[in-house]
Ligand binder design. Structure first.
Ligand SMILES: [Fe+2]
Ligand SMILES: [Fe+2]
Length: 421
């Protein structure tokens, strides 16, 4: 019996449970109790399948925060009405980094929360960008298992707090990283012949490893100034050079973790281009590790096609993105010359203060304005040039396999994995 919002009896709603979602009380910070109402679920004696949902924490202004926290932890499960779920989801997104780093919350619950958020994100991508609105229960379970296992690896390495720091620093980089990890896992699962694996369990291990690689590939961005990461618009040359440092920062953060060598290589070299025009080392062709080449392809594909729409940037369709990535650039010489000039600018000291000059000298300001405008123009030309074709950036055979993999909807089923789970 659906009760269409529940029957209101004073402070309580009577409902069959279909209008309420169970949540973990310790995820809630007492400061946010005004955003949504919390309910406890009580049996109605003599009535099967009908419950009373009693509203809690209605007047919290006079109760100390520590007391509220203690009260919240007294319940194993509390409930939120469906009409408040939008506020609750936003609360989770805004506070995910705090919840994940909170050692007062059991680790299993934190992993489950992050797993659910990753799962929802990927389900959304499959529906919106690949026209796969309904996954089978088995596919959903495998996807959740992939996320759960990968986050479990990061937790075992005691690295969840670093991931939480990145989420707090820049949520979009975190969602990008999850999508890159998923794309890499899908690719490895669909193309086991390219990798040195024998048997299902080795393949399953590798699929989880590449998902972890994707999750962590931009972890060093937590050390790049926020105004560069979150800049609304193209980066200037100087900012672009500063942003490039994230691969080295990632290496520094991950150095002590004893990750497998191929995972570290994949992360450090994921911006190397096939023709040697990438960074940090300018490696060419076979010098670039295979997992780095794959991470590079998934990284650029996500950035071009699956990233959120912004006022200054309209994402391409997957087809358009792959056309750009596979296209031969007719102005390659000019593009490479510009990239070389940008790399040379890295010799200059980073002018981090130019956005907030302390000396309001008009001449200085005018000079900076002209320099910034000049840099901006060059960046725009560079990006337009790049969009004419990026085939020089990728391993052609690997990119072909990537296109074929995305073109087959069954690739997303993670078919060979987690059969018993
Ligand atoms: Fe990156
Ligand atoms: Fe990336």
């Amino acid at each position: 019996m659906a009760m269409d919002g529940g029957i209101d009896i004073g402070d309580e709603l009577v409902d069959d449970g279909t209008n309420f979602i169970g949540i973990v009380p310790t995820f809630i910070s007492p400061n946010y109790l005004t955003l949504f109402r919390l309910y406890e679920k009580l049996e109605v004696s003599g009535e099967k399948g009908v419950y009373r949902f009693r509203c809690l924490f209605k007047d919290t202004a006079s109760i100390p925060e520590t007391t509220l926290s203690r009260m919240l932890s007294a319940w194993d499960c509390l409930y939120i009405h469906k009409r408040d779920m939008g506020h609750y989801d936003k609360y989770l997104k805004d506070n995910l980094h705090i919840i994940l780093a909170n050692q007062g919350i059991e680790m299993d619950k934190r992993i489950m929360l992050f797993t659910e958020i990753c799962f929802e994100l990927i389900q959304g991508v499959m529906a919106k960008h690949f026209g796969l609105p309904r996954s089978s229960t088995e596919t959903c379970n495998k996807l959740k298992a992939l996320m759960f296992e990968s986050i479990g690896v990061i937790t075992d390495l005691d690295f969840l707090k670093e991931l939480a720091a990145l989420i707090g620093h820049d949520y979009d980089t975190c969602t990008h990283s999850i999508k890159v990890g998923w794309l890499m896992a899908v690719f490895v699962n669909a193309n086991p012949d390219l990798f040195d694996v024998s048997g299902k369990s080795e393949l399953e291990k590798l699929v989880v490893e590449v998902a972890v690689m994707g999750f962590l590939h931009d972890i060093g961005k937590s050390k790049i100034p926020r105004h560069i990461i979150n800049k609304k618009g193209r980066l200037s040359n100087i900012e672009y050079v500063a942003a490039q440092a994230h691969t080295a920062y990632s290496l520094g953060l991950l150095f002590e973790l004893n990750l497998p060598r191929h995972v570290m290589d994949g992360i450090l070299y994921h911006h190397e281009n096939e023709d040697g025009s990438g960074y940090p080392c300018g490696f060419k062709g076979n010098k670039i590790p295979l997992f780095a080449k794959l991470c590079h392809i998934a990284d650029v594909f996500d950035a071009l096609a699956l990233s959120p729409e912004l006022p200054y940037k309209t994402p391409k369709t997957p087809y358009q993105a792959l056309m750009v990535m596979a296209g031969k650039n007719p102005n390659l010489d000019a593009l490479q010359q510009m990239e070389k000039e940008v790399a040379e600018i890295s010799d200059l000291p980073f002018a981090g203060g130019t956005e907030n000059p302390e000396t309001p000298d008009l001449k200085v300001l005018e000079h900076e304005f002209r320099m910034n405008r000049e840099a901006q123009k060059r960046v725009e030309v560079r990006m337009r040039l790049r969009d004419k074709g990026m085939a020089h950036c990728f391993d052609t055979d690997l990119l072909k396999r990537f296109v074929i993999t995305l073109n087959r909807s069954r690739s997303f089923e993670l078919s060979a994995l987690f059969r018993k789970k």
